[in-house]
Ligand binder design. Structure first.
Ligand code: SF4
Length: 398
C-alpha cells in the first residue's frame, strides 16, 4: 500500500485522465492523502507556454512533498526538453494516457506502496469517450502529444455512465479532445446516437458535452441534444478567431459565416468559446472582427489564450504581437463576454429553470448558467430567478 496524490492542469480531458488514475490507484488499495505522500502524479498541460511553466511549477512543488513524482499528460509528451532539469525523484512518463496509467499503476504497485487538487466530485463525473486529434491546426501541439483520434466503444462508455450513476453521480460530462470525431463504427454509433442512449440511462439527471468543434455542430447533433431529456442546453464551441484570414492561417476549416450560422441553429443554447489572441497574422482589424463575431454570436464566456508558439507546430517560429497588445485584446474580449453574460443572467429573472445543486448554496441551470440557491447538494430543483449578482442568478424554489 502506498500513499498518493494526483493533480492535474488544463482541460476536462486532463481532469478526466487524473480522475481515472486516482480511482485506479484507490481500487488497487493505495490511500489518497493531502499531506506528504509516497507518490504524487501531476497530469500536465502544454496548450500554451504559460501552461508548461505552471506544469513545471506544480511538478517541483510535488517533488518537495512526495518520495516519487510521475509526470503524465500533454506536457510530458511535448518535444523540445520542456520538462528537462527536474529534481531526481521526478519521472516523466512519455506515453499516451492509457499507457501512462498502466505504467504508473504498475510502478506504484511495485513500490508497495500533491496535494490532491482533484476532488472526486460526487454530483458530476467526467467520462472520456474519445482522445487525440487527426486535424492539423497550425498553432496546435495536441495531435503531436496525444496522437490521432480514437474512440472508446459505445458499450464501454454507456457501461461507465451506468456505473457513475450507480455511484451517485447526477451529472455526466462527455469529454474528448475532439468530441465530434466520436465514432464506434463496428457498433454504428456517432456522437448524436451516443447522446440519445446516454441520456436515456435511468437516474442520470443531466448530460453535458465538454466542447464541440463548429464543424461537428450539425443539425443531427442539435436535434439529439434538444430531443433527449436531461441534456444541457450549453455548448462550448471553440471560435479561435472571428476573422476569415486568421482562421485560414490557423487551418481551422470554417469561416465566420459558418460559425455564426451553426451557432444560430442551436437556438436557446448558452454558447461559450475559446479564442486565441495575438496569433501571428492577427492585426488590429482582424482582432476587431473577432470582437464583432463574439458579440454577434451572443457568446457569454470566452476562455482567452494569448498566443504562444508551440514546438513542432507550423507557427512555431512566429510571435510578432507584443505581450502588452495581447493583454489589451484579452481584456476587451473578456469585457464583451461579461456584458453578454450579465444580459443572459438577467433574462432569467422571473423565469423558471431546472437547477442541479452541486455545492452548498450553488448549482447550475439547464444551460450551465450558475445559480445561487438553497437546496440539498445533488438535488434537481425547479427554481425561479429573483435577481443577479456578480456570481450568478439568485433563485428560490419555484
Ligand atoms: S481541432 Fe485543431 S485545435 Fe483542436 S485539438 Fe485538433 S489540431 Fe488542435
Amino acid at each position: 500500500m502506498a500513499t498518493f496524490s494526483v493533480g492535474f492542469l488544463g482541460c476536462k480531458v486532463s481532469q478526466t485522465d487524473a480522475q481515472e488514475l486516482r480511482e485506479r490507484l484507490a481500487a488497487d488499495g493505495h490511500v489518497e492523502s493531502a499531506g506528504e505522500t509516497d507518490v504524487a502524479v501531476v497530469n500536465t498541460c502544454c496548450v500554451t507556454h504559460e501552461a508548461v511553466r505552471k506544469s513545471r511549477q506544480a511538478v517541483r512543488r510535488a517533488a518537495r512533498g512526495a518520495g516519487r513524482v510521475y509526470v503524465t499528460g500533454c506536457a510530458a509528451n511535448l518535444r523540445g526538453g520542456a520538462l528537462d532539469g527536474l529534481p531526481a525523484n521526478v519521472l516523466v512518463v512519455r506515453r499516451t494516457s492509457a499507457a501512462a496509467q498502466d505504467m504508473v499503476a504498475g510502478d506504484v504497485g511495485a513500490i508497495g506502496c500533491v496535494n490532491a487538487e482533484v476532488g472526486l466530485d460526487r454530483v458530476r463525473a467526467f467520462v472520456k469517450v474519445q482522445d487525440g486529434c487527426s486535424f492539423s491546426c497550425s498553432f496546435c501541439v495536441i495531435p503531436d502529444v496525444r496522437g490521432a483520434s480514437r474512440s472508446r466503444s459505445a458499450a464501454a462508455v454507456l457501461a461507465e455512465i451506468r456505473r457513475r450513476v450507480a455511484q451517485g453521480h447526477r451529472e455526466v460530462v462527455l469529454t474528448g479532445i475532439n468530441l465530434g470525431c466520436y465514432r464506434d463504427r463496428a457498433a454504428g454509433y456517432d456522437l448524436p446516437r451516443l447522446i440519445r442512449e446516454a441520456g436515456a440511462i435511468s437516474g442520470l439527471a443531466r448530460l453535458r458535452l465538454s466542447s464541440i468543434e463548429v464543424n461537428h455542430l450539425t443539425d443531427e447533433l442539435v436535434d439529439a441534444m434538444v430531443e433527449t431529456p436531461g441534456v444541457s442546453r450549453h455548448l462550448h464551441v471553440p471560435l479561435q478567431s472571428g476573422d476569415d484570414h486568421v482562421l485560414e492561417a490557423m487551418g481551422r476549416r470554417y469561416t465566420v459565416e459558418t460559425y455564426l450560422r451553426r451557432v444560430a441553429r442551436a437556438d436557446g443554447f448558452n454558447i461559450t468559446t475559446d479564442v486565441i489572441v495575438g496569433f501571428p497574422t492577427e492585426d488590429r482589424t482582424a482582432f476587431e472582427n473577432t470582437l464583432r463575431t463574439v458579440r454577434a454570436a451572443g457568446i457569454t464566456a470566452v476562455h482567452v489564450f494569448p498566443y504562444s508558439p508551440r514546438p513542432g507546430t507550423k507557427t512555431a517560429g512566429e510571435d510578432p504581437v507584443a505581450p502588452s497588445e495581447k493583454k489589451r485584446r484579452s481584456a476587451r474580449l473578456r469585457e464583451a463576454a461579461a456584458a453578454a453574460c450579465r444580459r443572459h443572467w438577467g433574462s432569467k429573472i422571473g423565469r423558471a429553470d431546472l437547477v442541479l445543486v452541486d455545492r452548498p448554496g450553488r448549482g447550475y441551470g439547464d444551460d450551465y448558467s450558475p445559480w445561487l440557491l438553497d437546496a440539498p447538494v445533488g438535488s434537481l430543483v425547479r427554481a425561479r430567478g429573483c435577481s443577479v449578482n456578480g456570481e450568478g442568478i439568485v433563485g428560490v424554489a419555484a
